[in-house]
Design a protein around this ligand. Structure first.
Ligand SMILES: NC(=O)c1ccc[n+]([C@@H]2O[C@H](COP(=O)([O-])OP(=O)(O)OC[C@H]3O[C@@H](n4cnc5c(N)ncnc54)[C@H](OP(=O)(O)O)[C@@H]3O)[C@@H](O)[C@H]2O)c1
Length: 330
């Protein structure tokens, strides 16, 4: 009989709710424990999703019996410490994006995973969505020829709250790490690490990038045009241009219900995707698949990819002059 995986969640905010809802749809997943800074919030969350264990501190979850994997859903500055704490206790980890605040922290997380021989993956859910699989399949079958350029944006206009994690500098605020990471992810997935990077940003009142534009260049002339904004609702779509045609990932492209294959002289061919969950079930399934096979990282999203991704984000931050306290203190 297939094993049931007992999940834990650390940090019970917005995304934790969506993830818990999706876990509930998976027959081989069970929410076993939740951890919050507040015991009351932990108890409420546990009651809502039927988790048998609720902890009023993050540390306590590592001693929870029967835990197979923990999902980290705290703001970015907590990711490294929360992850390393679980890995050191021998508990596999799925950690939200961005994996950490900078590549030094990512290296520490990878080192902890290797030292404890424990599974670790960044929760870039878009990598596991059916739309990404279809786009890669079409490219793999040569439908658009070699990929020449990628164009992707991600923008929305949240209510300005200087204390919220989107705008608060101390909480890792800014568009790049929160949503700009998606266009950068797509460029890396399709074209790899760029040889040259240009970037410009608008730094807002709280000292974080409220808007960032990026241009990546590759050795053989490939390009990526990327944009993220916390100031405007942008179309949030992606285009992958090849020698013979293009793939259009419709809005919002990181979780689209359709994409079009556009070939010269032909009507666009649409592919549709039915989502029966919030879309986080696919990454959870990947984690359980890896654990089932004794893997310590996902072949679809290896740790080297997360390291490359963070190195590119570091470089963009260097160009736009955006530093966080962790860059000084580690
Ligand atoms: N994959 C996706 O689609 C997606 C979507 C949204 C967010 N995310 C990522 O998930 C992470 C959390 O985002 P979110 O939107 O869920 O944030 P959120 O609603 O603010 O929740 C974050 C939770 O982290 C805990 N926390 C620990 N230290 C905190 C602090 N100093 N200030 C505030 N909260 C703190 C809190 O839980 P307790 O009080 O229970 O400890 C809080 O509820 C971020 O890194 C973000 O990039 C991913």
């Amino acid at each position: 009989m297939a094993k049931t995986y007992n999940w834990g969640i650390i940090g019970l905010g917005k995304i934790a709710h969506k993830f818990a809802q999706d876990l509930d749809t998976l027959p081989n997943a069970r929410l076993q424990a939740v951890a919050s800074r507040s015991e009351e919030r932990a108890r409420e969350f546990a009651l809502q999703y039927g988790a048998p264990h609720a902890f009023g501190s993050y540390e306590e979850i590592t001693a929870c019996p029967g835990l197979d994997v923990v999902y980290i859903a705290t703001p970015h500055p907590g990711h490294r410490d929360n992850t390393v704490m679980c890995l050191n206790a021998g508990i596999p980890v799925l950690c939200e994006k961005p994996f950490a605040m900078n590549s030094r922290q990512v290296r520490e997380m990878v080192a902890a995973a290797r030292a404890s021989d424990t599974f670790l993956m960044e929760a870039i859910w878009t990598r596991f969505n059916p739309s990404t699989a279809k786009a890669l399949e079409l490219i793999g079958h040569g439908m658009i020829g070699d990929v020449l350029s990628v164009k992707a944006d991600f923008g929305f206009r949240p209510l300005f709250d200087p204390d919220s994690r989107l705008f608060n500098h101390a909480l890792g605020g800014g568009s790049l790490l929160d949503i700009g990471i998606y266009p950068v992810f797509l460029a890396l997935l399709l074209l790899g690490k760029p040889a040259g990077i240009q970037a410009m940003a608008h730094i807002g009142a709280t000292g974080v990038d409220e808007e960032v534009g990026m241009l990546f260049q590759y050795q053989n002339g490939q390009m990526a045009h990327l944009h993220a904004s916390l100031r405007a609702f942008t179309k949030t779509e992606a285009f992958i241009y090849g020698e013979r045609g293009a793939i259009h990932l419709h809005t919002r492209w990181h979780e689209p219900t359709s994409l079009s294959l556009i070939l010269e002289d032909r009507r666009p061919q649409d592919y549709r995707f039915e989502y029966t969950t919030n879309g986080y079930s696919y990454e959870a399934e990947e984690v359980m698949h890896c654990l089932e096979h004794g893997l310590k990282e996902s072949p679809l999203l290896p740790l080297s990819f997360s390291q490359d991704l963070m190195e590119v984000l570091d470089r963009v931050r260097e160009i736009i002059g955006l530093q966080y306290p962790e860059d000084e203190t580690g």
